[in-house]
Design a protein around this ligand. Structure first.
Ligand code: Z5A
Length: 217
């Protein structure tokens, strides 16, 4: 690609970076550090989370994380609610921000559905892919930072927080399957960069900045 073409591509839209990983991997910590880094350089940053980020998404987040009724949420309904939240966020927040050239940082996105509803809950990956295609088509992040930590490390970090949500109440095996699905996907998707989340936050941030520099343009 010529320098002119590269420059034209850069001007056309912003940058969409997603943060993935098991519980306690350090996604929110890294996202906050990068948001500060970009803002300090005068870049406009939009920080979002999934499920959530819109009025509808935040209502769905309460159901998905803290549903306390006697009727359990089945895995398929859980998947569809995740995608309802996601597509609302993409259409009303992410695409408009990218069109304005902003940097969009999103705490969890599409890969979470493959890892949690696929790996964790056992829904067929082909079924998830079919929902994905029907709902969001070929829209995808420019870069996904997958922060990988051993399950025990993540569980210990979260345990220190006290109160646990519907996902955090799952057993160790669930999170082992989630981690394995994440790593399997990362091996197949060129836009996913795996970061070692056992390193200190500053080292994780430096690795993330290197991955971002490599992906830009
Ligand atoms: N979910 C799903 O099933 N399907 C989907 O499609 C989507 C989501 C989109 C959302 O919960 C839940 O929804 C999630 C999956 C499911 N459930 N789980 N489990 P959430 O957004 O509230 O929870 P989370 O994404 O798992 O966030 P988290 O548990 O807070 O993890 P984190 O953001 O990766 O970690 P953190 O808050 O940055 O750090 C946790 C602690 O570790 C904290 O004390 C930090 O100071 C510490 N930390 C962070 N980094 C480091 C390093 N590098 N070293 C040492 N200590 C660190």
């Amino acid at each position: 690609m010529t320098e002119t073409l590269k420059a034209a591509k850069c001007q056309k839209r912003g940058l969409f970076i997603t943060f993935e990983g098991g519980e306690g991997a350090g996604k929110s910590t890294l996202l906050a550090a990068l948001q500060q880094e970009f803002s300090a350089k005068g870049q406009t940053v939009l920080a979002l989370r999934e499920p959530g980020g819109t009025a509808l998404g935040e209502e769905l987040r309460v159901i998905l994380k803290h549903q306390a009724t006697a009727e359990p949420l089945c895995a398929q309904a859980e998947l569809l609610l995740m995608y309802a939240s996601r597509v609302q966020l993409i259409e009303t927040k992410i695409k408009p921000a990218l069109a304005q050239g902003q940097i969009v940082l999103c705490d969890r996105h599409d890969l979470s559905s493959f890892a949690y509803q696929g790996g964790g809950r056992g829904l067929p990956f082909a079924a998830i892919q079919a929902v994905r295609t029907a709902v969001i088509g070929d829209f995808r992040p420019d870069l996904t930072l997958l922060i990988d930590v051993p399950v025990e490390v993540g569980m210990q970090r979260v345990a220190a927080r006290g109160v646990r949500d519907r996902f955090e109440l799952e057993q160790r095996d669930f999170f082992v399957r989630v981690r394995s699905a994440y790593l399997q996907a990362a091996a197949q998707l060129p836009y996913v960069k795996v970061l070692d989340g056992t390193q200190c936050p500053e080292q994780v941030k430096q690795a993330a900045l290197a991955a971002i520099a490599a992906c830009r343009c």
